[in-house]
Structures are given as C-alpha cells and as structure tokens.
Write a protein that binds this ligand. Sequence first.
Ligand code: HEC
Length: 99
Amino acid sequence: MKFSAVATVLFVLLGAVVWAQGRKESFQPAAYYKANCEECHGTAAEKRFNPDSPEGQMIDSILNGAKAEGSKDMPAFTERGIDETKAKALISYMKSFRE
Ligand code: HEC
C-alpha cells in the first residue's frame, strides 16, 4: 500500500473515533427527561418539583434518589450515568417551564 492510502485509512478511522466520542458526550436534557423523568414529574415538570428548592438538594435527589409519601420512590440516577453536570442540565430544563 502506498503511503497516501495508509494515511487515508488512518484519517477515516480517526474521524470515526472523534464522531463516536461526540455522540456519547452530547447530552440532551429534553430527550432524557422525556424518557426518564416525565412519568413522575409530568410533561412540564409540574409534579413533585419545586423550582425554588435549593439546587444542592435537587442535585442530591437526582444523583441519590428521593422519596415522597404516596408515590413511587425516585431512583438514584448516578447508577444510570448521570453526573453533577448532567443533573444541572436537567434542573435547568425543569426550571425552564416556570420562567
Ligand atoms: C419513579 C418516580 C420518579 C422518577 C422516574 C423521577 N423522579 Fe424526581 N422525584 C420523585 C419523587 C417522589 C421526589 C420527591 C418529591 C418531594 O420531595 O416531594 C422527586 C424529587 C425530585 C427533585 C427534587 C425536587 C425538589 O423540589 O427538591 C428533582 C430535581 C427531581 N426529582 C428530578 C428528577 C429528574 C431530573 C428525573 C429524571 C432523570 C426524575 N426526577 C425522575 C419521583 C421521581
């Protein structure tokens, strides 16, 4: 194989890796909320969510779960790949309905 052919193959492989990384890291709060949170918090975060709660408390609920009488417990989302940055993105999304 000529050098240019090798270079082309490497370049395409590198491109594929970068593309895959980008896909993995782009987190979309709206889509995630719809799939994982809407069932308990409603389409517009109108249930079991107080936009005035301290942010630290909200982050803690998302990462470690929460309980409330008369409803299913909220699961801990750290186990499902949610970190503090993603939790904050989800909180902004939920708050955006009230602004
Ligand atoms: C199985 C039901 C359920 C699911 C699914 C769920 N939650 Fe919750 N969530 C709750 C309950 C119950 C509470 C506690 C509410 C309370 O304290 O009155 C809560 C509390 C919260 C709070 C704190 C609210 C406050 O005012 O302090 C936030 C923020 C939150 N959830 C976000 C989320 C996000 C984001 C998701 C999806 C990633 C999610 N929840 C998925 C049931 C759920």
